[in-house]
Design a protein around this ligand. Structure first.
Ligand SMILES: [Ca+2]
Ligand SMILES: [Ca+2]
Ligand SMILES: [Ca+2]
Length: 688
């Protein structure tokens, strides 16, 4: 009884004595880890470097130094344990393995991606002098289509992925949260952060404390074969060394009193902490806050990985790597926000923002944050309206295509596409195996690779197996005016493509043999062949052409829904903070009462023609008019006496897989027969 009390009270004193004072904001300073040993102020060692390499369009090499003395080796951790706890265990338990994988195919890369390992193309037992995008040595001597060894740390219980060459390089003991043991392990391997001068006194004090109050190795998870399983703590927990922080993205809203304000939280997104072989992973919460469960001994590298948790669909944003690091195209985009050092790792903040040009990597990361948030908001919107939610594992690929340089930013809305290649991975792989492209598969491939100038099916098939990319959505965003790209405009473009993903799911859920993604994508494919980028290319001219697979009725139905969704989501996220934009030859401006997108949806005018609108035959405003009870006012020619449709009813009509606007209209009339005449009048005023 007395002993237990002594241990508790004494432990508290120790923790109080050596827990760190709260420190303020992290700050930038020159890259030299030993230049500043004031651990009471948390600093970022390399944030300036990490920002500098993102302020560029090219990838930076990783530079490695010499191997370090591994603090987490079994031999070292056993020695540290026996010293600090005055014990004599023969060998500490293995908790993790240092491993490497040698994937040989895109399918194997995809398996590694699904396992959510943190993979590095450089060995993890060496000091990283500069953490760039690729380690050049990993790629020397590789054959064509060969991938480098990929290094990682996995839990002891991991099962090697079947068929993938896997090597266990070393057994490790990595406590989740035992600063006493880790301090000792770091000290005896010469890896302590700055405190090798102050640690020796603390070390003897701790040793004496545990000599008087011995601990049971079984309680520490230090030994294998203990009954009841071992704990992961061990008397040395320190909450201020469990990294915690907040991730945001800028909106560039002019009206910062809008729904999201000047900055929005990056929600439900993967955040990784790493030091030497120790890796912890978590997700941000709804407010963009993250909190690791493991403690890091006074230094941690924080990486944001653009993937949502499985609860939120496991959606991701990726980029199209070429040459070095091509394997990374099969994994979510990552941003190293910096390596932080101090006694307190509790206030680690990062805000994604635009770079000074659209093609800088900084801009790409920012677009990734906005896109992921848009995906989450779109799914919430669909769920709240009792509609089918998005398919999981949607992969958004960011691409600053070369032929978009001098166009206005809003054109990204027209240049983006939804080939849904990952969603249709299985039939695509069948195509590859059997060499008989289905019409839809061939069309999707062509859409996916058309910006690369690949125009035949076999070449596109080759490309997908050379470049490991299966884009569901391709977001093409290059512009000469970076200031014209704002978060709400990106959200319009992303949610519009998510609308196509939604319609694909509706088609797959509906009875077979109806209109599906193949009809839609083939129509777009036909547009590529007989229209140019500068006029009708994206959606055609609404005149059926028997020679091509162009079905303007399908384009009209799918695009009217998806453009409606794009603007509805922008309105939902940003409200009156939504940026102004130009469409139909008019400037749409948010004010206190309504967002630019909301106004555009209601005031969309089917009479506006070329050159202000090449596509006014796509009835973008019609879903809004079906739902609202606001008659359109002159000079609008829209006759809107329809009201009361819900999104669920719109979905019911879409389940009939309408191949034309007339089909869509007829389905709606069976849903609300009492408004049949008004529905006819509304559709007639849109030209149908
Ligand atoms: Ca209207
Ligand atoms: Ca109405
Ligand atoms: Ca209306």
């Amino acid at each position: 009884m007395f002993g237990a009390f002594f241990q508790l009270s004494c432990k508290k004193t120790l923790e109080e004595k050596y827990s760190s004072p709260n420190s303020g904001e992290s700050q930038l300073y020159s890259r030299n880890p030993d230049a500043n040993c004031d651990l009471s102020t948390t600093i970022c060692e390399d944030c300036q470097y990490q920002e500098a390499i993102d302020d560029d369009t090219v990838y930076s090499p990783t530079i490695l130094g010499s191997p370090y003395n591994n603090p987490y080796s079994i031999a070292n951790m056993t020695a540290a344990y026996n010293y600090i706890y005055t014990s004599s265990i023969p060998q500490i338990a293995t908790t993790h393995y240092y491993v490497r994988f040698k994937p040989t195919s895109v399918a194997q890369l995809n398996v590694l991606d699904s396992l959510d390992f943190e993979l590095y193309d450089y060995p993890l037992n060496v000091n990283v002098i500069q953490d760039g995008d690729y380690w050049p040595d990993a790629y020397t001597g590789l054959g064509e289509g060969e991938y480098p060894w990929l290094y990682s740390v996995v839990e002891k219980a991991f099962i090697p992925p079947s068929g993938i060459q896997t090597e266990i390089l070393e057994s490790l003991h990595i406590p989740d949260d035992n600063i006493v043991l880790e301090d000792e392990a770091f000290y005896i391997t010469g890896n302590s952060v700055c405190d090798s001068s102050s640690y020796p006194a603390l070390r003897e004090e701790r040793k004496e404390f545990y000599r008087l109050a011995p601990i049971d190795p079984c309680d520490f998870g230090a030994l294998d074969g203990c009954s009841g399983g071992g704990g992961t703590g061990g008397g040395g927990g320190n909450p201020s060394l469990k990294p915690k922080g907040n991730i945001n993205f800028k909106t560039y809203s002019i009206n910062t009193s809008g729904r999201l304000g000047a900055s929005g939280p990056l929600k439900f997104t993967r955040v990784i902490g790493k030091r030497f072989f120790k890796i912890d992973k978590t997700y941000t919460d709804i407010n963009g806050n993250f909190q690791f469960a493991k403690s890091f001994p006074k230094k941690v590298t924080i990486v944001v990985k653009f993937r949502t948790s499985s609860t939120y669909g496991k959606h991701s944003v990726r980029e199209e790597f070429s040459s070095f690091g091509v394997w990374k195209a099969m994994f979510p985009l990552k941003k190293n926000i910096g390596t932080f050092k101090g006694n307190n790792l509790q206030n680690l903040k990062y805000e994604f923002e635009r770079g000074t040009t659209s093609i800088k990597r900084k801009t790409r990361f920012w677009i990734a944050g906005v896109s992921l948030n848009t995906t989450l908001e779109t799914n919430s919107f669909l769920a709240e309206n009792n509609m089918l939610t998005l398919p999981s594992d949607l992969r958004i690929y960011l691409n600053a295509i070369t032929n978009q340089e001098n166009l206005a930013s809003f054109d990204l809305l027209r240049r983006s596409s939804a080939p849904l290649l990952n969603q249709h991975r299985y039939w695509l792989e069948e195509i590859w195996s059997y060499g008989t492209p289905s019409v839809a598969g061939a069309a999707a491939l062509l859409i996916a690779f058309s910006s690369a100038g690949i125009l035949t099916v076999p070449l596109a098939l080759l490309a997908i197996h050379t470049f490991p990319q299966y884009p569901d959505i391709k977001l093409n965003y290059r512009t000469s005016d970076v200031n014209s790209i704002t978060a709400s405009k990106i959200s319009i473009a992303v949610a519009q493509q998510l609308g196509i993903a939604y319609l694909d799911k509706v088609a797959q859920t509906s009875p077979p043999d109806g209109i599906d993604i193949g009809d839609y994508v083939l129509s777009l494919r036909s547009c590529l062949r007989f229209f140019t980028y500068n006029d009708y290319l994206p959606f055609g001219d609404n005149i059926p052409n028997s020679f091509y697979d162009y079905k303007p009725g399908v384009v009209a139905v799918w695009q009217s829904f998806s453009q409606h969704l794009g603007h509805t989501i922008a309105d939902r996220i940003y409200g009156s903070g939504a940026s102004d934009f130009q469409l139909q030859g008019k400037q749409w401006v948010s004010d206190i009462s309504n967002s630019s997108s909301k106004k555009y949806l209601e005031e969309f005018d089917p009479q506006v023609g070329v050159p202000n609108d090449y596509f006014s035959w796509i009835p973008v405003g019609i879903i809004n008019d079906l739902m609202d009870n606001t008659p359109d006012l002159p000079p609008s020619s829209v006759i809107d006496n329809v009201s009361g449709f819900t999104y669920y009813e719109i979905q019911t009509a879409l389940f009939d897989q309408p191949g034309s606007i007339i089909d869509f209209r007829n389905s709606l009339k069976t849903i609300k027969p009492s408004q049949a005449l008004e529905i006819d009048a509304l559709f007639a005023s849109y030209g149908y």
